[in-house]
Write a protein of this length. Structure first.
Length: 117
């Protein structure tokens, strides 16, 4: 199984980015896994940003991103997205995609998001 994040970059405060996590692998489908976005800023621990249940009906967000970030998925493309609006400098971090189903736990390589003027 391979998770490949993309969409990161440099953006000014107040701007938007959309991250993508493209999943591939024999028998892998995002509709079976709980898919999550985590982030890790320099000198800080990795933290959960948002997740979507395997059924797609339940989403959860960190308090710091509620109302600004939206997680979604496209099962036909086997891809999960993180729409990030009203970005703040404190959102600067490496963002990682995670897929979890029972003991199967997969991570992407991460994509850098930098919010700065």
């Amino acid at each position: 199984v391979q998770l490949v994040e993309s969409g990161g970059g440099l953006v000014q405060p107040g701007g938007s980015l959309r991250l993508s996590c493209a999943a591939s692998g024999f028998g892998f489908t995002v509709s079976l896994y709980r898919m999550s976005w985590y982030r890790q800023a320099p000198g800080k621990e990795r933290e959960l940003v948002a997740r979507i249940s395997s059924g797609g009906g339940i989403t959860n967000y960190a308090d710091s991103v509620k109302g600004r970030f939206t997680i979604s998925r496209d099962t036909a493309k086997n891809t999960v997205y993180l729409q990030m609006n009203s970005l703040k400098p404190e959102d600067t971090a490496v963002y990682y995609c995670n897929a979890l189903f029972r003991s199967r736990d997969y991570w992407g390589q991460g994509t850098q998001v930098t919010v700065s003027s």
